[in-house]
Design a protein around this ligand. Structure first.
Ligand SMILES: [Cu+2]
Length: 460
């Protein structure tokens, strides 16, 4: 693994000699930096080019560049990677520069950007710069605007980053397979004026999803809707880092949706406003207060709030099955069903059979034998017990007096005395009873029992 710090030092040294190189030499490939850990790397001020306030990629990093004759040059390598989805589970994915998703690309409005894309996949690919206004031939549509990038080949994309905002990149070649395998990345074009839309903390992540059968390592690439791992930057809770902010900070969160369904992102304890959409910034007069914002397929959203209230505030997709990990959806509802007798009978046939959820779930407590390389459906342990969450779930940790660049997990919040829910230990009043029925209801005529099976097509 090459650390970003090492690279920046090395590229700084290389730049000293860069002024005198010829155009021919300038056409040499920039170093392809790789990162193999799923850690959130702290943001670093740009070493050259126009100044900007860098973003924080959740469980990810931003790609270093080199300046060459006024061009900002990046080198993406499309390749197979191993991504830890959460501690206890790894997946064989495809991505860029050692990771899925690939590194975030950060440029400034007006930058001339040159991206070298080397294909180390076993099949052709291309890169589409989702949301950018650019020349048609740079749009990355394999077969339409360019030939495919064959295995072993390198293509060059060149365009000006015309508009500040939130973008993504992903292949437009064998798209269903390549996106199901994790090929995608975030792109932020910062405003020319670093004071415009300035925030104290700016977090970015991609909403993505996988279908990895429990016990296996490679996603199924023909799945259309029935995914079983709902992830942010190819991480599932508790593998997603917390969003650590200082009380009083103005915080921006940007998310882009490359799954096949929408995600209503919900934040506890604060009201926010959507400040950026696919087409750019939302004027102040057109914003409204929210605690949930839905992000449709293919969309990017930026939203902002002032972190006024200290605490551990949950931030998650509000689709309940998107805050669960694999194996969640073939389980029947068994609330109120006494399964003791049936369990005895079934266990004669299936020795490992267990009773599930007759008191309403408690899946976080179930001691189920799991195959290797899978995550429990609901996990994460908090200061008061199981959190019983997975998937698209994290915690915004608002704390007093953090340093500007401090993103370290501060641990659990301690609620001040008198501000936490508590157990009632006084007397219970007698519950009122309904008066006895005077007339029994007329009995219904005999009718055939309809057995209507719910579902058919399930939306996920
Ligand atoms: Cu969701």
């Amino acid at each position: 693994m090459t650390s970003r710090r090492d690279f920046l030092t090395a590229s700084g040294a290389a730049l000293i000699g860069a002024a005198s190189v010829s155009r021919v030499q300038a056409a040499s490939l920039p170093e392809a930096i790789s990162q193999t850990l799923p850690d959130t790397l702290p943001p670093q001020a740009p070493p050259n080019g126009r100044h900007f306030n860098p973003v924080v990629t959740l469980n990810g990093w931003s790609l270093p560049w080199r300046m060459k004759n006024g061009w900002k040059e990046f080198h993406l390598v499309a390749e197979p990677v191993v991504r830890e989805i959460a501690p206890g589970m790894k997946a064989n994915l495809w991505g860029y520069n050692g990771q899925s998703p690939g590194p975030t690309i950060e440029v400034v409005e007006g930058d001339k950007v040159r991206i070298f894309v080397t294909n180390k996949l076993p099949e052709y690919t291309s890169v589409h710069w989702h949301g950018q206004i650019l020349p048609n031939g740079m749009d990355g549509l394999s077969g339409l605007t360019q030939p495919p990038i064959l295995p072993g080949k390198t293509f060059v994309y060149e365009f000006e980053a015309k508009h500040a905002g939130t973008f993504m990149y992903h292949p437009h070649a064998d798209e269903m397979t390549q996106m199901a395998m994790g090929m995608m990345g975030f792109w932020v074009t910062h405003p020319k004026d670093p004071k415009f839309m300035a925030v104290d903390r700016d977090f970015v992540f991609i909403l993505n999803a996988y279908d990895v059968e429990p016990g296996s390592y490679t996603p199924k690439v023909n799945t259309m809707l029935d995914f079983n791992l709902w992830t942010w930057n190819s991480r599932a809770f508790p593998g997603i880092d917390p969003l650590v902010v200082r009380r009083g900070d103005r915080v921006r969160i940007r998310a882009g949706n490359l799954t096949m369904t929408n995600h209503p992102l919900h934040l506890h304890g604060h009201r926010f406003e959507v400040t950026g959409t696919d087409g750019g910034w939302v004027p102040k007069s057109a914003r409204w207060p929210e605690v949930t914002t839905d992000i449709a397929v293919g969309q990017m959203r930026a939203f902002e709030f002032v972190a006024e209230h200290p605490g551990d505030w949950v931030f998650h997709c509000h689709k309940a099955h998107h805050t669960m990990n694999a194996m969640g959806h073939s389980v029947p509802t068994m609330i109120g069903v006494n399964q003791t007798d049936i369990a005895k009978k079934i266990s004669q046939l299936v020795p490992d059979y267990m009773v599930m959820g007759d008191k309403g779930g408690s899946m976080g407590d179930m001691q189920m034998p799991l195959p290797d390389n899978t995550l429990p459906m609901m996990m994460g342990v908090g200061p008061y017990g199981n959190i019983e969450m997975g998937g698209m779930f994290s915690i915004v940790k608002v704390r007093e007096g953090l340093a500007r660049n401090d993103y370290k997990d501060p641990g659990w919040y301690r609620q001040p005395p008198g501000t936490q829910a508590y157990e009632w230990t006084g007397n219970m009043p007698a519950a009122p009873e309904a008066p006895p029925q005077r007339d029994a209801l007329p009995s219904a005529p005999d009718q055939p029992v309809l057995n209507i099976k719910r579902g058919g097509v399930h939306e996920h």
